[in-house]
Design a binder for this molecule. Structure first.
Ligand code: NAD
Length: 436
């Protein structure tokens, strides 16, 4: 059977899936709009574009656990495999009270784009559980993780779909997932998840990898724009795995972190905040506010802070049409997934703000996850210097090649990343053809 599009227009009588229902707006629709924007650049491959608009597989699971008080609680969990044309699905697991199917679908699709944009041999997947982990004990979270892992055990595996940490999950969560999967299959399968503790086949450098990639991408953007890194003013939203590491590494390279916002509040200091000291203050007090020498801002004021680099590293849909025209930064480096809506993208572009998109800027995490997976398969572990050097090279090359594509087509870096990624995914789709 031919895998090339026929010359005459094909009949496209697709039924509308329920998740496209207009009452179910969400990040997924943002992703669809991003794909629509790139379709004109795909040439004949656009014949296969519908592939990108449908997750390959969606699993919704009930996760019942015994709470510490002896009662039983039920939580809804998801694992979405958006695409596996280029390799196994790969993407994190999020524990958050606002997780929805639409969100997990979008996050899985962004993983497909990200892995292809950076040319890792993976498709895209994502998982989540609707739970506010702050309200549960360590034991309850362990039982939740183990039951969730067992429920999605049908579809995950080292050569099928490889989860990793995301918001509110961490190396301990991955250790429980690895152990649960291993118990269920009767062998120790370290390669089933990445972001594990180093003692269990985790990779050196993984903890900081996403933040390090954010730094590499941001620093490259400054070079392209002829701006110095030394003294560059940085504002960071989100002070967790990604935001804290990015703030630290920018600080270590001479940039000045002047504003930090997390779920506990927003702090500002024109003279610069020491991220290490802010983290110690957060650990001690539970809040970034009250840090010595800082002013507390209202949440919305964060977006108006005069800075060179703005790093949204919390959740999606933070930069919207409501605040994009207030942003003072020259560069937005998206540590988070999906922090900028398409409408805000247009406003920022019109104002000359360079946006380094999530699918490039935060790809450092999955890149070192890929290194971890390769190391687990070969049982041969690299030094941290080797890992960082490989990460810097992959991120630097991806940045430069996407910058060139953006210049060639006169498009944003996001559209350039989508052109490159969608082309790679759809070339694989076309070469593989449709089964049966
Ligand atoms: P995390 O749980 O470690 O940290 C999240 C941070 O966001 C916390 O500081 C929290 O206080 C803050 N936050 C939450 N809600 C907020 C709000 N409404 N306003 C301001 N701050 C808020 O999570 P993470 O792993 O750092 O992930 C952050 C983002 O980066 C997510 O979009 C995630 O998908 C993305 N990401 C993470 C990785 C990774 O390796 N961890 C890789 C790629 C992308």
């Amino acid at each position: 059977m031919t895998t090339l599009p026929p010359d005459s227009m094909p009949r496209t009588l697709h039924s509308v899936p329920s998740y496209l229902d207009k009452s179910n707006l969400g990040p997924w629709e943002i992703y669809l709009e991003q794909v629509d924007r790139v379709t004109p650049y795909l040439g004949k491959l656009s014949y296969w574009a519908e592939t990108l608009k449908r997750p390959k597989r969606i699993l919704i699971v009930d996760v019942p656990i015994h709470l510490d008080d002896g009662t039983v609680a039920h939580f809804e969990g998801y694992r979405v495999q958006h695409n596996t044309s280029r390799g196994p699905a790969k993407g994190g697991v999020r524990f958050h009270q606002d997780v929805t199917l639409s969100e997990v679908m979008a996050l899985s699709a962004w993983m497909t784009i990200k892995n292809a944009a950076v040319n890792l041999p993976y498709g895209g997947g994502k998982g989540g559980v609707r739970i506010d982990p702050r309200n549960y004990s360590q034991g309850e979270l362990e039982r939740l993780t183990r039951r969730y892992t067992t429920e999605i055990g049908l579809v995950i595996g080292p050569d099928k779909d490889i989860p990793a940490p995301d918001v509110n999950t961490n190396p301990q969560t991955m250790a429980w997932m690895m152990d649960t999967y291993s118990m269920n299959v009767g062998r120790t399968a370290t390669g089933v998840v990445t972001g594990k503790p180093v003692q269990l086949g985790g990779s050196l450098g993984r903890a900081d990898a996403t933040g390090r990639g954010v730094f590499v991408a941001g620093a490259q953007a400054l070079i392209k724009l002829g701006m110095p890194l030394e003294g560059a003013k940085v504002a960071v939203q989100g002070f967790g795995n990604v935001g804290y590491a990015a703030a630290r590494i920018f600080h270590d390279h001479g940039a000045r972190v002047i504003a930090i916002q997390d779920v506990s509040g927003t702090i500002f200091s024109a003279g610069g905040l020491d991220p290490y000291a802010v983290q110690a203050h957060l650990q001690a007090t539970g809040s970034v506010t009250g840090f010595v020498g800082s002013d507390t801002l209202k949440g919305a004021e964060f977006w108006q802070v005069p800075c060179d680099i703005l790093i949204p590293a919390a959740l999606e849909k933070q930069i919207t049409a409501d605040n994009a025209d207030q942003i003072q930064a020259r560069v937005v480096v998206e540590g988070a997934n999906g922090p900028t809506t398409p409408a805000a993208d247009d406003i920022l572009r019109g104002r000359g703000v360079t946006v380094v998109p999530d699918v490039l800027a935060n790809a450092g995490g999955v890149t070192v996850s890929y290194f971890e997976w390769v190391q687990d398969f070969s049982s041969f572990f690299w030094t941290e210097d080797e890992i960082n050097a490989r990460l810097d090279r992959i991120m630097g090359e991806a940045f430069n090649s996407l910058w060139d594509v953006a210049e060639r087509h006169g498009v944003t870096l996001r559209t350039a990343a989508y052109i490159v990624a969608c082309t790679r995914v759809l070339e694989a789709r076309a070469l593989r053809g449709l089964y049966p």
